[in-house]
Write a protein that binds this ligand. Structure first.
Ligand SMILES: Cc1ncc(COP(=O)(O)O)c(C=O)c1O
Length: 379
């Protein structure tokens, strides 16, 4: 999935433009920068590309989530509903602004289950935060209807899905605000930002601004997005057709296949036991790399977020935050467990040749066959 695989002369040119002026700060220095404004240019490029009215670059997806929530006025006393399958930055940003993260189940879209969202709404709910995981979309129609009905804000964490669409609209531009990450392993990357003191102090805040160097790389990468999307889709469809030959394999519900950025092929085996056995088999054969079993991963799924469930923080939490976090330990996420424990996500590479994709697919198929025949023998 990472755009850095196709770094080329375009990125180098944009960086050289900045290096020639020596101005790595995105604001000010009007004279010495000689008309080079990469951050402004990237913001304009993103507005055009995403067909949206306003883009603000900050130093990371984490900072973007925090900034977006703060800009929406989400804070102390508010609850934000988000999924148990996400990246830790999603709930961390909710805590950063002083709100309470309310974690709920995912369904086979691997994103928020709208029914679970409905059940979690309280008078304190201020915002619903779908996370478009692994390049594909949450059920935005259902979530927008819930937001309308209950007068809630919708903040899309589209950090993993830049360029993805839902019914023609870009993910991240459908709700009241949306965020993207261009960190080093995203479909479009520009690394991470640097800090400098704030100029004015209209309110207490933080410095999340991006550097010109990152914008320069981002500019070249964003302009290559269509090329990346076409390659990902080709490799994804080839791999999917190989895995589809097995009746035991099913696939993630993709609500709008046209809008999937195809960075991952997400698929299921019939049982947790078979999935675990397959992971062990792939590891043993030395071909597990690139196949993610999120159920055992400490970034993306609630099972391994001990720091969250134990409310272990350096700073003191508010009482409602602490209470909400400690209650997670007894919460029932068995519906998500039944899905996530059977799910494997295969990351799609930009550099794969047709032969390499075929070989990867065939090796996975052979491993699944081996595992399933052992499962059947035991049954
Ligand atoms: C769903 C999600 N949200 C937020 C982030 C944070 O982005 P960053 O790494 O740019 O801070 C990530 C990063 O992987 C992510 O996957």
């Amino acid at each position: 999935m990472p755009g850095f695989e196709l770094f080329g002369p375009e990125e180098r040119k944009e960086i050289n433009d900045v290096m020639e002026t020596g101005i790595l700060m995105r604001y000010g220095f009007d004279g010495p920068r000689k008309g080079i404004w990469k951050s402004k240019e990237l913001e304009a490029e993103l507005c055009k590309r995403l067909n949206c009215g306003y883009v603000q670059l900050v130093s990371s997806g984490t900072a973007a989530n925090t900034t977006a929530l703060a800009a929406l006025g989400v804070g102390a006393g508010d609850e934000v509903i988000l999924p148990v399958f996400t990246f830790v930055a999603s709930f961390e940003s909710v805590l950063t602004v002083g709100a309470v993260p309310v974690l709920v189940d995912v369904d086979e879209t691997l994103t928020l289950d709208p029914a679970a969202v409905r059940r979690a709404i309280t008078p304190r709910t201020k915002c619903i935060m779908p996370v478009h995981m692994c390049g594909a979309m949450a059920d935005m129609d259902a979530l927008m209807a819930i937001c309308k009905e209950h007068n809630l804000l919708l903040m899309e964490d589209a950090c993993q899905s830049f360029g993805g669409r839902y019914k023609g609209k870009y993910l991240g531009t459908i709700g009241h605000a949306g965020t993207f990450s261009f960190d080093f392993v995203k479909i479009v990357t520009c690394a991470e930002g640097t800090d400098r003191g704030a100029d004015l102090h209209p309110f207490i805040g933080y410095n999340y601004r991006i550097s010109e160097l990152h914008s320069a790389i981002g500019l070249a990468q964003v302009r290559k997005l269509d090329q990346f999307l076409a390659i990902q889709k080709k490799n994804y469809l080839q791999l999917k057709s190989i895995l589809s030959t097995l009746p035991e394999v099913t696939f993630r519900t993709i609500l709008d296949p046209e809008g999937n950025i195809c960075t991952f092929l997400d698929w299921f085996l019939p049982t947790e036991e078979a999935t675990r056995a397959l992971v062990a088999e792939l590891r043993q054969q030395g071909i597990l790399a690139g196949n993610f079993y999120w159920y055992e991963h400490n970034w993306h799924y609630i099972r391994k977020w001990d720091h969250l469930r134990n409310a272990t923080t350096l700073n003191k939490l508010t009482e409602p935050q602490q209470k909400a976090l400690l209650s997670l330990d007894k919460a029932d996420f068995s519906a998500s467990d039944r899905i996530m424990s059977r799910c494997i996500s295969t990351a799609i590479g930009l550099l794969w040749t047709e032969d390499q994709t075929k070989e990867k697919g065939e090796k996975i198929v052979a491993a699944i066959k081996k595992v399933m025949s052992k499962e059947k023998a035991h049954a």
